[in-house]
Design a protein around this ligand. Structure first.
Ligand code: PLP
Length: 439
């Protein structure tokens, strides 16, 4: 019996012992093509020599120094690198160890910003249903995924949840994308009015929804309308790019494609590509300045913020992405993946939608295509797909449907940026074989 408190306690896992490019290898020597980067993490694959060398070098010189005593070279260099490439206005970086911590920091920065400005009544958060922002209590309260929240509801602060932008299910017949985006903007505006605009602190959203919907981008213009509404009421916009950021959709931040800059942006997963645990919150100049010129101290922190080795790893990852031209490759491979998925599953009776951007793609599974009827969630199709895919030697990231039928099961694909065309074919072949086993 394993003495590890695994997340699933009723089944066992293969033991991963090695990684080779886009493949993971288990103790029996079986190879798994990592078509989801774990959870959209491993954007450089599993054995990048430059990143491994950077980690070795940093550990050899200085593994860690506590951020309340020192700054470090890799932390400063990584912040410089990110700010130089971030949209104008984002001028500093708060480093943490992962996505949930990045979201917690963003929420507290928003709150402290308004205290420093003398608007302490601004405490309401608005986020979206079918969103995921992490599992710590603040991030979980912000997320709108009923299944993840359910048993912890009594511990969660109150957050308003409005509709996500989910055209496949919610754009009405005959409604244009623009009209649909307007309808959602009006819903946000109405919720702000209900709470009192002077009481609202921030609106939080994922530019491309990951874990809870399966790579769903917004309709064109939606985020520009959201930005306008936030600006009109002096509300901060927090964009959660933990999953869709750091090149996953073909630009460093997914929101660049929307022509929108947030006040706070959370990043993680692809930042360190799994070579070290790291996340960060990109902070706009007005928030930094309000705190710098006010109390001068952010009332929040963790032991491992700005971990020197994690920063060195992330810097090596980001340099590799840039120097090897991988963002262009993400765009090209992403189009190739979408095309292959459409050819193979476009007429599949149980694939309702194929969507996404760059190397961030989702397939929504439905019992009945025309009516978009989800499978019964009790069937736990997502778990069966995951098992079948692993049997085929493929890692993909399936998620379950919801009891209220608001979405179906979906499969998220987020492979490393280093794939070749033959490996795109391999993903589609193995996924096809896995689906044939369970559908
Ligand atoms: N935000 C988003 C959009 C995510 O997808 C996730 C994780 O999947 C998180 C936050 C939480 O990140 P972590 O699991 O690193 O805490």
């Amino acid at each position: 019996m394993s003495h590890v408190f695994h997340r699933h306690l009723k089944h066992s896992y293969p033991t991963a012992v090695g990684g080779e490019g886009p493949y993971l290898i288990d103790a029996q020597g079986k190879r798994y093509l990592d078509a989801c980067g774990g959870a959209a993490v491993s954007c450089l694959g599993h054995s990048d020599a430059d990143v491994i060398e950077a980690v070795r070098d940093q550990v050899g010189r200085l593994a860690y120094a506590h951020s309340s005593f020192f700054t470090t070279e890799p932390m400063e260099a990584l912040a410089d690198f990110l700010v130089e490439r971030a949209p104008e206005g984002l001028s500093s970086v708060y480093f943490v160890s992962g996505g949930s911590e990045a979201v917690e920091a963003a929420l507290k920065l928003a709150r402290q910003y308004y205290i420093e400005r003398g608007e302490p009544q601004r405490r309401h958060l608005i986020a979206r249903r079918q969103s995921y922002h992490g599992n710590t209590l603040g991030a979980l309260a912000t997320g709108g995924n009923a299944w993840r929240r359910q048993q912890f509801e009594p511990l969660l602060v109150e957050v308003s949840h409005v509709s996500p932008c989910y055209a496949y299910r919610d754009q009405a017949p005959g409604e244009t994308p623009e009209a649909y985006g307007e309808r959602l903007a009006a819903e946000l505006e109405a919720e702000i009015q209900r709470l009192g605009p002077e009481n609202v602190m921030a609106f939080v959203a994922e530019p491309v929804v990951g874990a809870t919907l399966g790579a769903v981008p917004a309709v064109p213009g939606y985020f520009r309308r959201v930005r306008e509404i936030c600006d009109r009421h002096g509300i901060l916009l927090i964009l959660d790019e933990v999953m869709c950021g750091m090149g996953r959709t073909g630009t460093l931040l997914a929101a660049e494609q929307e022509g929108v800059t947030a006040d706070l942006v959370t990043i993680a997963k692809g930042l360190g590509a799994g070579y070290q645990p790291i996340g960060a919150t990109l902070v706009s100049e007005r928030i930094r300045a309000a705190i710098a010129e006010g109390s001068g101290f952010f009332q929040h922190g963790h032991t491992y913020i700005g971990h020197a080795t994690a920063c060195a790893a992330a810097l090596a990852v980001q340099r590799a992405v840039e120097e090897r031209g991988l963002l262009d490759r993400v765009v090209r491979l992403g189009e190739g993946l979408q095309q292959r998925l459409e050819v193979r599953f476009g007429d599949h009776p149980h694939v309702g939608d194929i969507r996404g951007r760059g190397l961030f793609r989702g397939l929504e599974l439905v019992a009945e295509r025309d009516a978009k009827t989800p499978f019964d969630p009790e069937r736990k199709l997502h778990a069966a797909v995951k098992r079948a895919a692993m049997d085929e030697g493929l890692m993909c990231y399936p998620m379950g449907g919801t009891l209220d039928g608001r979405r179906g099961d979906h499969i998220l694909l987020a492979p490393p940026f280093i794939l070749d065309d033959a490996q795109l074919d391999e993903i589609v072949d193995k996924l096809d074989a896995a689906l044939a086993r369970v559908l």
